[in-house]
Write a protein that binds this ligand. Structure first.
Ligand code: MTE
Length: 320
């Protein structure tokens, strides 16, 4: 079990991993390696030959989650070097290289719309809203690759309850930060920015839907959506919007980036469903990064026991 951050520690104060790493190197050179080490796991995850150290910081006080799969997580290298984050380029290797100078502090998330108590949450406030859980989730991309990630965060519903959604709130809209000067690659992305996503209210309030602030024991690397993102494990990966600055409760179904781009290919619901093909490819199988053989894709990405009842009576082909 790790230690929870002291309440007076701010998000900006948490030592960036690169600094922490350098400090360790200095200590090692002084012959006192081992002082204050958190364990070999983090150390080994740092050692990517020829790659920039991740600018992440250790999160402490993590609690295990009953929602975790027992499947083996992918390596941190897989998860941080095979990304979709179109603001930083369209190649899977682009976000790791091109997001390193992205400024994620100070940061706040505005929660607004059909709520009794709209407010802005700073990252410090978000980190203190609830115990930080490590949740090992399967994450299935519409492009037929999948990974298993030990995310860190808590149910989005914890934050939602604080703002008290009104009876008019039926959907939740999310928006990513956008700054073309920090994200010059975005102009080649082929999609509109800022990136937007949405969920029906009951989906957003489902305990599996996560407000995610970290992974592998640390804050999120920029390429994975620092400093805060949404993770919806039973839906295709594009619903899991990164680096959010706005959460809006509203009556109408919100537009979503990929649905705007091509509504035939990317529905609003986007539940993982091996029986509903993408118009250009089958969704029946997937390749887990790091494996050779393809595996069968599971309905709702294997989370059917928990979420299938949300869609009772719905035609999942029509509402894909
Ligand atoms: N969020 C933003 N802001 N921009 C993006 O391009 N890509 C989405 C989603 N969230 C994307 C985003 C897609 S297509 C996927 S598959 C997941 O992020 C990938 O998350 P990962 O890189 O952490 O695996």
């Amino acid at each position: 079990m790790l230690i929870r951050p002291k309440p007076d520690l701010t998000y900006a104060d948490i030592t960036p991993r690169s600094v922490y790493f350098n400090r360790r190197e200095v200590l090692r050179a002084m012959g006192i390696a081992g002082v204050g080490l958190a364990g070999g796991k983090i150390l080994s995850s740092l050692a990517f030959p020829g790659q920039t150290a991740l600018a992440t910081s250790k999160l402490s006080g993590l609690v295990k989650s009953p929602f975790s799969t027992t499947e083996k997580p992918n390596s941190i290298e897989d998860v941080t070097h095979y990304n979709n984050y179109y603001e930083f380029g369209t190649d899977k290797s682009d976000p790791a290289k091109k997001s390193q100078n992205f400024r994620t502090s100070p940061w706040s998330v505005s929660v607004e719309g059909e709520v009794a108590k709209p407010r802005k949450f700073s990252m410090d406030e978000i980190l203190k809203l609830a115990p930080l859980e490590e949740r090992i989730y399967r994450h299935r991309c519409v492009e037929r690759w999948s990974i298993v990630v030990p995310w860190i965060g808590f149910s989005l519903s914890t934050l939602a309850k604080l703002v008290e959604p009104t009876s008019k709130a039926q959907y939740v809209a999310f928006q990513t930060f956008f700054d073309p000067t920090q994200m010059p690659e975005a102009k080649y992305g082929g999609i509109d920015f800022p990136y937007v996503e949405g969920l029906r209210l009951d989906e957003a309030m489902h305990p599996l839907t996560m407000l995610c602030v970290g992974m592998y024991g640390e804050t999120l690397p920029n390429q994975d959506g620092a400093p805060v993102r949404i993770v919806v494990p039973w839906k295709y990966g594009y619903k899991s919007i990164k680096s959010i600055v706005k959460i809006r409760f509203q009556q109408k179904e919100p537009p979503t980036t990929w649905n705007r781009y091509s509504s035939e290919e990317y529905g609003f619901y986007s539940n993982v469903n091996p029986a509903v093909d993408h118009p250009r490819w089958s969704q029946a199988t997937e390749r887990r990064l790091g494996e050779i053989f393809r595996r069968n894709t599971l309905l709702f990405n294997g989370y059917g026991d928990q979420v299938a009842s949300l869609y009772n009576g719905m035609d999942l082909k029509k509402y894909h």
